[in-house]
Design a binder for this molecule. Structure first.
Ligand SMILES: [Zn+2]
Length: 93
């Protein structure tokens, strides 16, 4: 069993929470993006380097950090799903 953005219960739960509980879940995600060090930019083996320029407002920095964080985790989920599919294919062969 692997999760895509369509059937990921955690993600659907998050969206449902956002719809019901306004900004609390969103604030938590923002906090994590900042904490994980995305406020100056991001790169890893899955993501091409994206820099966040120094001369932007704190609000814009936070917004971009959060966007990068989301992008990174979307790629991680996709990678995970791909590995799961490969394992299944190997097991069936
Ligand atoms: Zn990344």
């Amino acid at each position: 069993m692997h999760f895509t953005s369509e059937n990921n219960p955690a993600q659907l739960g998050g969206l449902a929470a956002n719809a019901q509980r306004d900004t609390k879940a969103h604030a938590e995600m923002m906090r994590r993006a900042i904490q994980d060090g995305y406020q100056t930019g991001h790169d890893c083996r899955l993501c091409r380097r994206i820099d966040i320029p120094a001369d932007i407002t704190p609000e814009e920095r936070q917004r971009r950090a959060h966007a990068l964080w989301q992008l990174h985790w979307a790629r991680m989920r996709r990678q995970k799903a791909r590995f799961a599919t490969q394992r299944k294919a190997k097991a069936a062969a």
